[in-house]
Design a binder for this molecule. Structure first.
Ligand SMILES: Nc1ncnc2c1ncn2[C@@H]1O[C@H](COP(=O)(O)OP(=O)(O)OP(=O)(O)O)[C@@H](O)[C@H]1O
Length: 422
């Protein structure tokens, strides 16, 4: 398969300060790729390594079939153009001259621009809707107008690859959509490969074929928008609670941030048996609703463990890959006993964590309401040769156990809390 941009084993550091670590990516020709990640995660540094403005200490960047280090600056400029984050134009050039500078890689020495160059620059100005101020001085323009001029210059370069660092940060909504529509159209119709640093995850979701999520200079997740922009991934990378839905108009993932300030602090305590990421969404929702939450037994480093720690919950924990010890079991039971209700999420059971299930049939918990969330068949989650299934079957027959869908859980717990307060 032909790849327009390929990055292999790229490491970059400023002096001894490692910024990018072992980046590997293959970006297909004609795709729209967004680079997302928190401030300081290395997005701009990564783009600068792609354009050879910065040179990686390790690894290679391929443009088509060529190693970028083997190409001359002029050759790179014919294939790749950059819309930088900070636009600095020291001399007060006219807009049309700045756009025409995009033709420099093509201009033959002593010959100057040809009528063809001028036509291409004008087309780029029309595309970006800046014709009306083509005779004005660049430094008089607003931030958004400047951003469009720089994009026009980049397009006048007729690149195969367009790198954009926060290209819509200064634009109002109309121009955000216009510019991203324009770039998207060029990827679809002209095979342009576009790689953009975007802060707005909803814009990234709407326009990208592929998203790369950086954290601490490493690729944390990459893939199609719906695979990358999940509640769990956003919580881990941005330390932020979001809820996600599918935009009915576009079919794309839509992200809503959730304030972490609980509307009401509740004494009502919920102990959640989870693991492997099954608890992330519920923990966020219940924490946002003000519940007192505990979790267990979770292996240290598991995504449910990580989010529990971020929310400073009480967690019964165990060393990774170890079976639940007596000590962890006792802590889990202690948390379960002090909670008002228990919740069992659809986790996989193996010999290592089967004690989480066994605990729920302890006599001491027979008066505690246990909500069980099932999302398929328990058999598929049983890796204990039937031992877990037989405990589970006993459990669901108990009068204190209620089977429930996960989406009903929050409302039921809110009601349970209100009844409990009366
Ligand atoms: N010229 C430089 N010299 C030394 N350190 C730098 C330099 N430029 C950036 N850094 C550091 O490299 C890290 C990554 O910065 P970078 O600008 O790539 O992040 P970013 O993800 O684009 O951030 P933002 O979202 O804030 O624009 C930061 O810690 C930053 O302080």
């Amino acid at each position: 398969m032909e790849y327009e941009v390929r990055v292999e084993g790229l490491d970059f550091s400023y002096e001894n300060n490692y910024i990018l670590k072992n980046i590997n990516l293959s970006i297909k020709e004609g795709s729209f790729v967004s680079i997302v990640g928190p401030n300081g995660s290395g997005k701009s540094t990564f783009l600068k390594n792609l354009s050879r403005y910065l040179k990686p200490q390790k690894g290679i960047v391929m443009l088509g079939n060529d190693d970028i280090t083997k190409l001359s600056q002029k050759e790179i400029s014919k294939r790749l153009s950059v819309v930088p984050q900070n636009i600095l134009v020291e001399f007060d050039y006219k807009v049309k001259d700045i756009v025409l500078m995009g033709r420099h890689p093509y201009v033959k020495r002593l010959k100057g621009e040809t009528p063809e160059d001028i036509k291409i620059a004008e087309r780029a100005m029309k595309y970006t809707n800046i014709m009306e101020f083509s005779n004005r001085n660049f430094n008089e323009l607003s931030g958004g107008e400047k951003q469009r001029v720089i994009l026009a210059q980049a397009l006048a370069q007729q690149p195969k690859v367009l790198l954009m660092d926060e290209p819509i940060s200064h634009l109002d909504l109309q121009y955000q959509v216009e510019i991203l529509d324009l770039v998207k159209k060029m990827t679809l119709e002209e095979g342009l490969t576009s790689i953009a640093v975007l802060h707005d995850l909803n814009m990234a979701s709407a326009y990208s074929d592929y998203i790369v999520m950086l954290k601490g200079g490493e690729v944390f997740f990459k893939g199609e928008p719906a695979e990358v922009l999940t509640i769990e991934n956003i919580a881990r990378v941005f330390n932020t609670n979001v809820s996600i839905s599918i935009n009915p108009a576009t079919g794309k993932t839509y992200i809503y941030p959730i304030s972490t300030i609980p509307k009401k602090k509740r004494d009502f305590a919920v102990h959640i048996i989870c693991g492997g990421g099954t608890g992330v969404k519920l923990i966020q929702e219940l924490a946002a609703a003000g519940f007192t939450i505990s979790t267990g037994v979770l292996n240290i480093g598991d995504s449910d463990w990580t989010i529990s720690k971020e929310y400073e919950l009480d967690v019964a924990e165990e060393t990774p890959f170890m079976a639940i010890s007596q000590e962890a079991y006792d802590k889990n039971l202690e948390l379960a006993l002090s909670a008002n209700v228990l919740v069992l999420l659809p986790v996989y059971f193996s010999k290592a964590n089967i004690r989480n299930l066994k605990m729920l049939i302890e006599d001491r918990l027979k008066d505690k309401t246990i909500y069980i969330v099932e999302n398929g068949s328990f058999e598929q989650r049983d890796y204990t040769n039937g031992e877990a299934l037989s405990i589970y079957n006993k459990l669901i027959d108990r009068p204190n156990v209620i089977q429930i869908k996960e989406e009903q859980l929050k409302e039921i717990l809110i009601k349970a809390d209100e009844n409990h307060d009366k």
